[in-house]
Design a protein. Structure first.
Length: 75
């Protein structure tokens, strides 16, 4: 979490990013869910996201999996 705090301004500067939540799904496991204002913004953010995630490589047992998809339901 200290790493995320250290790149907070870089994350906030990602164009079109509306929210980012990192959820602990198990011991040593987490899932990040980011919402963007458009699919294009999400695609444009990939290089920056990959760079930020690269700084976390020491914490991963394998490469992170990045996926795009539409919101199917929201509350």
């Amino acid at each position: 979490m200290a790493y995320f705090d250290s790149v907070r301004d870089q994350i906030k500067a990602i164009s079109g990013l509306q929210s980012l939540n990192v959820i602990e799904t198990g011991e040593g496991e987490a899932v990040g869910v980011a919402c963007y204002d458009s699919k294009e913004s999400a695609e444009d953010a990939f290089p920056t996201v990959k760079e930020i995630m690269g700084g976390m490589a020491q914490f991963f047992t394998g490469p992170p999996e990045l996926k795009l998809g539409p919101i199917m339901w929201s509350l």
